[in-house]
Design a protein around this ligand. Structure first.
Ligand code: SAM
Length: 208
């Protein structure tokens, strides 16, 4: 058993905090040196586009977790925007305000909300004429519960030809859970772990 050293706990907290900063500094330096520009790797982008392009006549896309990188060119959001047709309706949901991306001519609409508020997001989607999604990309809050809520909740609105993409399936608990625990009698699952430095993995699921 380890006794708590209550007299010195503030000092210990400072030490842990400093150590955390040191680890972050080392990671940031490694990332800088490796030339990695974002958590969304070129490999992730390659697979995202491959699966998105598999969907014949993709009419609607839902992205959970929108454009979150210093350089917005290196995100799943920009990959989707660069690939989708203007007629394909994009609904992006993020807990932060991403309305600077809205573009009616290109059918790009965002809603600021917790993604777990499915009725609110679906009500918004319906105002844009969307009842079901042909592509759903899960890349928001990575807890197990949040990912299950999103997968089940929005999965109910996946069209028969639809595909669900999940980012960060290598390490993050929620995304990993979806890949490992989904019912394989109901879902095809393709996992792409990637080989590059700082590749967090991407997976795709579609109905059997
Ligand atoms: C890892 S970033 C990924 C964003 C985007 N897919 C990209 O490639 O840049 C996760 C995003 O999820 C958002 N987020 C976190 N918790 C959320 C929640 N409960 N509901 C909706 N969005 C959430 C964050 O604000 C952030 O923009």
């Amino acid at each position: 058993m380890i006794n708590l050293d209550l007299d010195n706990c503030d000092r210990d907290a400072d030490f842990i905090y400093d150590k955390g900063n040191k680890v972050r500094e080392i990671y940031n330096n490694l990332v800088k040196r490796s030339g990695v520009k974002s958590n969304f790797s070129p490999n992730n982008k390659k697979y995202l586009l491959e699966y998105l392009n598999k969907i014949e006549d993709c009419r609607s896309i839902l992205e959970i977790g929108v454009s979150h990188n210093r350089d917005e060119r290196f995100t799943s959001t920009s990959a989707i925007f660069d690939t989708k047709k203007d007629s394909t309706i994009y609904i992006g949901v993020d807990i932060d305000n991403k309305s600077h991306l809205d573009n009616e001519t290109k059918n790009i609409y965002t809603i600021q909300s917790d993604a777990s508020n499915i009725p609110k997001v679906m009500k918004f989607a319906k105002t844009k004429g969307v009842e079901t999604f042909d592509f759903i990309f899960i890349d928001g809050w990575h807890s197990i519960n949040q990912c299950i809520i999103e997968f089940n909740g929005y999965g109910a609105f996946l069209s028969d030809k639809g595909i669900i993409g999940v980012h960060d399936t290598n390490y993050h608990p929620g995304p990993r859970w979806l890949v490992e625990r989904s019912d394989t009698t109901m879902w095809n699952i393709a996992e792409h772990r990637g080989e590059e430095f700082a590749d967090f993995g991407i997976s795709f699921m579609w109905k059997k």
